[in-house]
Every structure is written in C-alpha cells, then in structure tokens.
Write a protein that binds this ligand. Structure first.
Ligand SMILES: C[S@@+](CC[C@H](N)C(=O)[O-])C[C@H]1O[C@@H](n2cnc3c(N)ncnc32)[C@H](O)[C@@H]1O
Length: 252
C-alpha cells in the first residue's frame, strides 16, 4: 500500500477545527442517517476519518462492523484513543486494500475536497461497495458560491488558502457528476443556512486565523480585520453563507 506522502500539515489545532466543522452539520447528519437507514448497516466503511469525530458518532448509532481509514497515521492514532470497537487502518482511499463488494455502507465527511484525485477515490469506493450499497459524501462545500456582507474577502482568501493546501474549494458543484460517472444513482442535497449568529464571533476569528497562518495577511491586518468584524457582529450586521452539499449514491 502506497500512502500518499503529499499529506497536509494540519498543525496542532486541527482537532478543534474538525470539532467546529462537525458542529455545523450535526442536525443535518442525523437527518441523512435516518434517510439512508444507517441503523440497518452491517459492514460500514468510513473514509478519511481524521481524528474520529464522525467515527465515534457512527459507533454510537449503529451496531455494524465499522472500519475507518485515513492516510495520515497521526490522525488514526488520535482516533484510536477516542473510539473502541472500530477497525482503524492507515490507508489511501485511492488504493484501498479491501476486496470488491465488501461494504453495504460507506461514509465520509468534509473529505472529498481534500482528496488529490476524487474521481479515482470514488471509483475505488464503488469497487468495495456491494451492489445496492449506499455511499454518502457528507458536507462537501463550494467556496465559489460563498457570499458575505459586507465584503471583507474572507471567502476569496479561503479559496486561495485551500488551493495552496492542495484542496478543491469547488468540489460541491462537482460531486453529483462524479458520483453518477462512477455508477452511483445519486440524490444531491444542500445545507443552505447562514453562519450561526451565536457562534459568529468565535468562528470568524478561527477562520481569519487560518488565513493568517497561511501567510495571506499580516498580523497587523489580522488585528484590524478582527476589530472591524467584532463591531459588525455586535451590531448584528455580519452575514456569511456557504452552501455545503451532500451526495447519497446507491451502487447499481
Ligand atoms: C478535513 S479532514 C476530515 C476528517 C473527518 N472526516 C472529520 O470530518 O472530522 C480530511 C481528512 O482526509 C484525510 N485524507 C485526505 N486525503 C486522503 C486520502 N487520499 N486517503 C485517505 N485519507 C485522506 C486527511 O488526512 C484528513 O484526516
């Protein structure tokens, strides 16, 4: 098994970032789990499990045999400490070690945008799916459709930052086509809500921090932006929206 050496250097705060991202989609995930009948799963694979936040949830929601993979061993180590009764493996999704038709459910969350070859990854996932199996790509954003008011460039910086990190900020618009091309009968849905007003300050600071860490702005610019943001948020005049897509595919 070749593990892609081109891994992203996530840094020590990544667990907090994953927790924040997972909190944005929690209610929606529960709806999707009900829609796909997750409770009936017998043999489930999670791809790109990261630090195991979604894996833990899956373990609590189904009695299925669960396998979770990520190509970053340090992520797998954190996940292993968090969840028991799951088989964790360090693998590249583009080259899975499993036999054809091994799983009846495959899930991922905030994942395909980070994969260097999503087409290859999806074909590989379909290979390990049984006929009639469900593959769900939960929460694939599209930063190209980001809108914010007032315009402060946060969306544009994120597109740049993600592209520099090797991610595809426009994956959201592509997943329907990618799924169907791989032979999945697909239903696409979208979370269309503005950023939660109660957590706007905290989220905006964290998101600008990512722009700062990517050296797209200076510390001085960061401090000025945060000051402006805080005033707008206090007056309830800051709005951010980004569509986050979910594809549910059935192997024909
Ligand atoms: C944004 S994180 C999401 C983690 C987790 N799904 C969550 O929502 O908390 C993306 C994960 O994909 C993993 N990853 C990226 N490319 C991969 C590949 N080709 N094969 C396996 N894992 C990969 C990264 O190591 C990282 O842990």
């Amino acid at each position: 098994m070749i593990i892609n050496s081109n891994k992203i250097d996530w840094g020590p705060e990544i667990e907090q970032q994953f927790i924040r991202q997972a909190s944005w989609t929690r209610a929606y995930r529960n709806q999707i789990y009900r829609q796909i009948g997750l409770i009936k799963a017998k043999n489930l694979l999670e791809v790109g499990c990261g630090t195991g936040i979604i894996t833990k949830e899956l373990r609590e929601k189904t009695s299925a045999k669960i396998t979770a993979i990520d190509f970053d061993e340090s992520m797998i180590d954190i996940a292993k400490d968090k969840v028991s009764d799951v088989r964790f493996l360090t693998e590249n999704v583009e080259e899975l070690s499993f036999k054809d038709k091994s799983f009846d459910f495959v899930l991922c969350h905030y994942f395909l945008l980070w994969v260097s070859n999503p087409e290859k990854a999806i074909n590989e996932i379909v290979r390990v799916c049984k006929r009639g199996a469900t593959f769900v790509a939960l929460a694939e954003p599209d930063y190209g459709a980001w809108i914010e008011y007032p315009e402060m460039g946060l969306g544009k910086y994120h597109i740049k930052y993600l592209q520099e990190e090797g991610a595809d900020p426009f994956i959201g618009r592509k997943i329907l086509s990618l799924f169907e091309s791989a032979g999945l009968e697909t239903e696409l849905s979208v979370i269309a809500q503005t950023w939660n007003q109660n957590h706007l300050q905290e989220n905006i600071v964290e998101e600008w921090k990512r722009v700062l860490e990517a050296e797209l702005i200076t510390k001085k610019e960061f401090n000025e932006i945060i000051k402006k943001e805080s005033i707008l948020i206090k007056k309830n005049q800051r709005m951010i929206f980004i569509p986050v897509f979910t594809a549910v595919g059935k192997k024909k």
